[in-house]
Design a protein. Structure first.
Length: 120
């Protein structure tokens, strides 16, 4: 039997204590959003992303896979120009090396968890 890894707990107060540095494009009009670093291992990391109403990300092509699960509100994710509307508890896999972006089409805030693979 191999030795068990230590269990790590991240409490809400710790998670939301400080936002990560500004996301790309967050300073431009319509691009406001904030991310908070969650737990990480050598293989993946988690972030909580808060998107105010009617705001969007900048288009990007990432070198890592993203699994996104909507926690509250709704988000529209466009991958290679194809938009998919997601609501609470919906998930999407955005593979590495595709063009993608997301937006909050509603006036109320939306929150999602992003699980990101680390490059091999």
């Amino acid at each position: 039997m191999t030795a068990a890894l230590p269990v790590t707990v991240l409490r809400r107060a710790e998670l939301f204590a400080a936002a990560l540095p500004a996301l790309p494009g967050a300073a431009r009009p319509g691009g406001a959003r904030a991310a908070y670093r969650g737990l990480a291992t050598p293989h993946f990391r988690t972030n909580i992303v808060v998107v105010p109403g009617l705001q969007r990300s900048t288009p990007r092509a990432s070198e890592v896979d993203h699994v996104i699960m909507i926690l509250d509100g709704s988000i529209e994710v466009s991958v290679d120009g194809r938009a998919t509307a997601l609501e609470r508890w919906d998930q999407i896999l955005v593979p590495a090396r595709v063009d993608w972006e997301y937006r909050n089409p509603a006036e109320q805030e939306a929150t999602f968890v992003s699980v990101v693979s680390d490059p091999a």
